[in-house]
Design a protein around this ligand. Structure first.
Ligand SMILES: CCc1nc(N)nc(N)c1OCCCOc1ncccc1N1CCC(C(F)(F)F)CC1
Length: 165
């Protein structure tokens, strides 16, 4: 099994870096859900247990993808998910590329060192939240798409891709 050479982190954040509040996402931008779905479908996804718990029931497990949940609880199990004690162990379970790391905050921070690709949706909102996006270290280069407006309520958003030269 070869280690995946494409390890992507994917998240949606407010401009100030909020990604969640009380276990949910404080906005509704269906274009981001479609973006997330198109990027991750058919590829394995790795997430923390809190993100697993936050998934709406009809998306748990995320369909069409191997779901791997990172938890320190060795007796944790769930239908439709594998588990691993750390991000590194979860990535080691995957012998294909790309693998997508889909949240939450703690998991992104522990995965940043092994990430090769960041796929960030910036939502132009000023919202409060208890969970923040990871700091992006120096050395990543950003390619930002154009600002778009959500069909629901006109909320502006854009997709930013980060690579490492
Ligand atoms: C979309 C939210 C999202 N955006 C980006 N860009 N990066 C992410 N890491 C991400 O968080 C995925 C895990 C949390 O996901 C959800 N949390 C609350 C409600 C709904 C969801 N979604 C809806 C879409 C669904 C589909 F299967 F269609 F993709 C998956 C579950």
């Amino acid at each position: 099994m070869s280690a995946p050479h494409f390890v992507g982190l994917i998240w949606a954040q407010s401009t100030a870096g909020v990604i969640g509040d009380a276990g949910s996402i404080p906005w509704h931008v269906p274009e981001d859900m479609a973006h997330f779905k198109s990027k991750t479908t058919e590829h394995p996804v790795i997430m923390g247990r809190k993100t697993w718990d936050s998934l709406p029931a009809k998306f748990r497990p995320l369909p069409g993808r191997r779901n791997i949940v990172v938890t320190r609880n060795p007796s944790w199990t769930a239908d439709g998910a594998d588990s691993a004690p750390s991000v590194a162990d979860a990535v080691a379970l995957v012998g294909e590329s790309p693998v997508w790391i889909i949240g939450g905050g703690e998991i992104y921070r522990s995965a940043m060192d092994i990430a090769t690709h960041l796929e960030v949706t910036e939502v132009d909102l000023d919202v409060d939240g208890d969970t923040r996006a990871p700091e992006i270290p120096h050395g990543w280069t950003a390619t930002a798409g154009e600002w778009r407006s959500s069909r629901v309520d006109g909320t502006r958003f854009r997709f930013i891709e980060y690579g490492k030269p």
